[in-house]
Design a protein around this ligand. Structure first.
Ligand code: ADP
Ligand code: MG
Length: 510
């Protein structure tokens, strides 16, 4: 098969981006592939084009609803009709309809790891000829699987139930450990690795220290007034996104919105769409925003709060400059916020003491537990209010214990408690050391790009002009008033044809 022709025919692109063709070639000869391509490197095309070259269906496991919706819409706006996302956004009747028809007529099926745990969907998928199983944003297996989205760790089993289709794992941020996690949890016995440079040379890196949070706020306003939009500002809490959104609005910044997981799904998708269509210029958001979102003209990503690890930072800043324009990633650092990441880490997993109390109460109530089905999980969750993700974590760990050791009772409770507590401790200390790495990076006086790449075991090849604050930056390039014109900082005109297609598709759906 001539892939270059297929590329032209299906996408109109004249050539592949680095790494794409090699990945597709290996997937087509039914190899399992773990592929690293930078943010904006064209990962979607790797499964899209492969899909057209295959007879059967491509199942894409995707972590977020908004991301799925975005990708479905992109495919549809390119004229692809046989695509559907199986997620909670579907109405009851839509779900019923999909369960009753032959899904083989769909080329691309997007689904979340959680939906892949639901019996009726698995049964349905067993009747589909799946020629490729894709895990997009595959670092989530490692980054979230161990904490609050444990269904990620079950994907290997799911794959087996679905007849072990060839698997393609795609990500832009994976250290060696993360790659190992992906390989083992997706049960890829002899995968081919396609590791490409993760560098984004058109994103300049800058860290600014401020004295306190008042100054941070003022500096934010200054920057937003100065920097050329569109931009994304990351915060570590929902309330802060709203607070700073209000502050910016009151101070004359318009076309700004806030976004976090506390908003309704409809609101979230609306804001995302408005941002994609340039109706909103600036988003104050938590990390819930932006994953995989393909907006080409974002000019800056500002961190009002830092994330807890380098991987997340690289993912988040990667949303800038996807169209190739010179862009900037700027992190604001204040001593007053120094404890925030630590606090977040401690809150991600349940308190070991709480685990011990719950296990004790479970044994007191049921005497002996052989399977989770014995537990009225809902009642317990109501009786001991605790973050839902903590409960999910506990049930996942308990289930694993039961599968391995048989029973939870007076004899085994100590072993079980210790096992889970150790896991929590190990995971938390691993996260602390990741945080330490990020902290080192924010305070380095050396080249930031070099160090960022080094973290992913990559050596920076050629020095670039707009690299980082430590190497020297010309901030005029990022200004609202085009003080300097470089070849890459003039935006392409809006492609109206595409925009209109999108609008019509939306109307079609309603
Ligand atoms: P990511 O790797 O971050 O998932 P995407 O798959 O969203 O990146 O692709 C980013 C952008 O690059 C999209 O607009 C896509 O259409 C474009 N793209 C992908 N492959 C090519 C190509 N071979 N030539 C030109 N543009 C491409
Ligand atoms: Mg992507």
């Amino acid at each position: 098969m001539n892939l270059d022709n297929l590329l032209k025919d299906k996408t109109g692109f004249s050539s592949f981006k680095p790494g794409q063709k090699e990945i597709i070639q290996d997937v087509l000869i039914k190899k399992d592939v773990i592929a690293l391509l930078p943010t904006g490197g064209g990962k979607s095309l790797c499964y899209q084009l492969t899909g057209y070259a295959l007879r059967g269906t491509v199942v894409i496991v995707s972590p977020l609803l908004s991301l799925m919706e975005d990708q479905v819409q992109q495919l549809r706006s390119n004229g692809e009709k046989s695509v559907v996302a199986l997620n909670s956004f579907l109405s009851f009747s839509e779900k019923e309809k999909l369960l009753s028809i032959d899904l083989n007529s769909y080329k691309f099926l997007f689904i979340s790891p959680e939906m892949l745990q639901v019996d009726k969907w698995i049964k349905k998928l067993q009747s589909v000829r799946i020629d490729l199983f894709v895990v997009d944003e595959a670092h989530c297996v490692s980054q979230w699987g161990h904490d609050f989205r444990t269904d990620y760790l079950k994907l290997g089993t799911v794959k087996k139930v679905l007849g072990e289709p060839p698997t393609l794992a795609l990500t832009a941020t994976a250290t060696k450990t993360v790659i190992q996690d992906i390989q083992s949890f997706l049960c890829m016995s002899e995968p081919v690795f396609h590791i490409n440079s993760l560098d984004r040379p058109n994103i300049a890196l800058k860290v600014e220290e401020v004295i306190n949070n008042q100054e941070k706020k003022e500096r934010l306003l200054e920057l937003v007034k100065e920097l050329r939009p569109p931009g994304i500002i990351y915060f570590s809490s929902r309330t802060k996104t709203e607070e700073l959104y209000e502050y910016l609005s009151e101070n004359g910044i318009d076309k700004v919105a806030f976004y976090h997981a506390g908003l309704s799904q409809e609101q979230r998708i609306l804001i995302q769409q408005q941002f994609l269509m340039d109706q909103i210029d600036l988003i104050c958001c938590t990390s819930a925003f932006g994953m995989g979102i393909n907006k080409s003209n974002v000019r800056y990503v500002l961190h009002y709060h830092q994330p807890t690890q380098i991987e997340s930072y690289v993912q988040e800043i990667g949303r800038a400059g996807r169209g190739g324009n010179q862009s900037i990633a700027l992190l604001l650092k204040s001593k007053e916020d120094a404890m925030l990441p630590e606090f977040i880490i401690n809150n991600e997993l349940p308190d070991p003491e709480w685990v011990s109390i719950i296990l004790r109460n479970l044994v007191d109530k049921y005497m002996e537990i052989e399977s989770l089905s014995k537990i009225q999980t809902k009642e317990w969750m109501e009786q001991y209010p605790e973050q839902e993700s903590h409960w999910r974590y506990l049930f996942f760990q308990l289930n694993e214990f039961l599968e391995k050791h048989g029973k939870l009772n007076d004899t085994s409770i100590e072993q079980c408690t210790e096992l889970i507590q150790n896991r929590i401790d190990n995971r938390t200390s691993m996260k602390r050391s990741k945080l330490e790495e990020l902290n080192k990076w924010t305070s380095t006086t050396h080249c930031r790009r070099k160090e960022l790449l080094h973290y992913f075991d990559e050596v920076m090849s050629t020095p670039i002009d707009q690299c980082c604050d430590n190497c020297g930056l010309n901030m005029d390039i990022y200004s609202r008033e085009l003080k300097v014109t470089t070849k890459s900082n003039v935006d392409e005109p809006v492609k109206w044809e595409k925009v209109l297609k999108k609008i019509f598709w939306q109307e079609d759906e309603n």
